[in-house]
Structures are given as structure tokens and as C-alpha cells.
Design a protein around this ligand. Sequence first.
Ligand SMILES: Cc1cc2nc3c(=O)[nH]c(=O)nc-3n(C[C@H](O)[C@H](O)[C@H](O)COP(=O)(O)OP(=O)(O)OC[C@H]3O[C@@H](n4cnc5c(N)ncnc54)[C@H](O)[C@@H]3O)c2cc1C
Length: 336
Amino acid sequence: MRVLVIGQGLAGTLFSHVALQRGWDCHVLDAGLPSASSVAAGMFNPMSFRRIVEVWDAQAHLDALKASMDDFSAILNAPFLHLLPIHKRIANADYAALWNEKCAECPWISPVQFQDGVAHYGTVTGGGWVNLRSLIPLWRDHLNDSGRFEKRSIDVSDDTSEWDAVVDCRGMAMRDAPAGTPLDLRANRGEILTVECDSESNPSPVPQDLILNFGKWTLPIAPNLWRLGASYEWHKEDFESTPETADYLHDALEKELGCSSNLKTRLHQVGLRPVSRDRRPIVGPMPGRPGWYVFNGLGTRGVLIGPKWAHNLADQISGVSQTPAVVDPNRLTKLS
Ligand SMILES: Cc1cc2nc3c(=O)[nH]c(=O)nc-3n(C[C@H](O)[C@H](O)[C@H](O)COP(=O)(O)OP(=O)(O)OC[C@H]3O[C@@H](n4cnc5c(N)ncnc54)[C@H](O)[C@@H]3O)c2cc1C
């Protein structure tokens, strides 16, 4: 099987890895455009906090994620998967009651901890983060070393008849291609900070050994270094970082900690999350373009759900499984 993968963000990285695992002759192109994957925090969490429910198929996604990262680590000789507990701030007594009720049915959460008689936080296991900012460039070098990577752009109107299958992993750029695919893909804009504690003698009160979620979140990535994020905005698609958002994130953290965080911004980045209108990924044959497949719409949970859907798409291409209706690109054609 000769497969061309277009785009090497998270989706193209995961799919090309699966294709090579299956012994396919896989080549990857990337245009070097701004990508969501290059700014993502890389966190994963088996829980959805709004209603305190497990993410759809969480265990299967976690199993696929772990297997995928173990294999990347073996090939690239570097650690990428970091397991960390998540502390979810409990905002009020109703949320605390619901959280404790859900503990009976969710294997990932344990009962609310109290501080001075007040509900404080609940702990989630099974979460953590993947170091995408190391994985994606190292995988690109690996592909390049074996003559499987090229830095260049391609779009739907180009002749790709020499390939048995073309897998389109262009993220938001899929929407802007001149030939245009008819899919309804939406951008969710996010700003994220990398923050550092200034001085060893003035340690930060931000936890170093867990992910703290207080609506916003902190993720420790190295001694005295955290990601602090993120914003979620619709109807705005520029890449200009705004001082207002940085202030808003710092203020939210200081309110959560009840004191100054001593954190200084070292990096302030912006990205566009590719999202479908029903928030499900887009995985299957591209409407109107025989031989092309879409792997997109990974949204806010790309790290968790990407590995399992990459395998599913490879199964579709090799004819061993049908396209599940819930992720079928046809559901998103602009005319439907
Ligand atoms: C601020 C922020 C924080 C996030 N945090 C998390 C998180 O903690 N956990 C999580 O799971 N997700 C997170 N996400 C979401 C995550 O980033 C996305 O789900 C994922 O990165 C999407 O990957 P992708 O490969 O589909 O798209 P992208 O990463 O955008 O990659 C698309 C690639 O296609 C290439 N390309 C485009 N057009 C062409 C062309 N014509 N020819 C060749 N190549 C082309 C581009 O150069 C690019 O490399 C976050 C996103 C943002 C913005």
C-alpha cells in the first residue's frame, strides 16, 4: 500500500506512525504553516468536568495512547508520555455532591478533599500530558532520515494518482484550500502561556507534581516551568497574542491560589483548534475526492482520542472496517 499523508501535526504524526507499523510505504508532506500541535499543551484527561462524566470510550483511548507513545519512545529513544494526577477545583457544594455521587461509577475520580471544612478539590487519575513539542519534530527528523518526509504544500486539486490512498491531515488549512473541500470545519482559537518562577529563593505556590484545574489550568513541564492556559474563542482567527489574555490567565491563577504566583511569562502563543460542529472527529473518506481520506477535527482532545482513531482510519483504508457514522466526513458536508 502506497500512502501519502498531507500535514504533519498531531494527526499526520499519529497516522504516519500507524501506516509504517502496518508495513505500508508511507510518505509525509508538510508545508510548515502555523499549527495547533506546535502550541498545544498536550494534556489528556479521561474525565469531562462539566457534567463529571467519563469521556466516551476513555479506557480504549488511553490504551491506544499508551501503546502509541511506548512505540514512539522505542523508535525515537525519548520519553513523551507523562502521567500526572489532575486536581479539579470544586467550585461549590452542589458540584462537590455530584462529584462524590459520580465516584461510584467513574474509576478515574476519588472523593472530594476538604480544607478547613470547605470542599477543595477532587483528584483524577489516568491523565497527564504528551510532549508534542518534542515528539513532532523528532518524528519529522526520523521520517526525513528515511527519505519519507518533504517540506512542501499540496492541495485537493493536485494529481495524486500515483498513491493508493491520500490522508489529509491539514488541520484548519483543509478549509482554506483553493479547490476547497465542502466540510464544515470550525476554528476554536486558543492562547497559552509558558510561565517560569523567577527565583529559587522565592518558590512558587503553583504545584510542581500535578495538573491544577480551576477552570483554567497549570501544567508543570520542567522544574520551575509551567504551561498556563488556555483561552477558548470562537469567531476570531488571528494569530496575534493579546496582553489582555495573558493578564486574564495570570489573574485567574492568582485568584485560585489566593496569593501572588511569582510567575513570569516566557512565551505567549496562539493556535486554532480544528473542531467539527458536533465536536466529534472527522475520520473517513473525503466526500467528492476518491482515494482521499480525512483525519481532522481532533478539537480539544486530540492527544487522547487521536491514536485510536488513527488505527480506525487505517482499518478503513485497508477495507477491514466500515466508516463509523459518528465520525463520517459526509455528515459535515456544507450542503447536509
Ligand atoms: C492553545 C491550545 C492548546 C491546546 N491544548 C491541547 C491539549 O492540552 N490537549 C489536547 O489534546 N489538545 C490540545 N489542543 C488541540 C490540539 O492542538 C489539536 O487537537 C491538534 O493539534 C490538531 O492537530 P492536527 O494535526 O489536526 O492539526 P495541526 O496541528 O494544525 O497540523 C496541520 C499541519 O498541516 C500542515 N499543512 C497545512 N496545509 C498543508 C498543505 N496544503 N500541504 C502540506 N501541509 C499542510 C501544517 O503545516 C501543519 O503542520 C490545543 C490547541 C490549542 C490551540
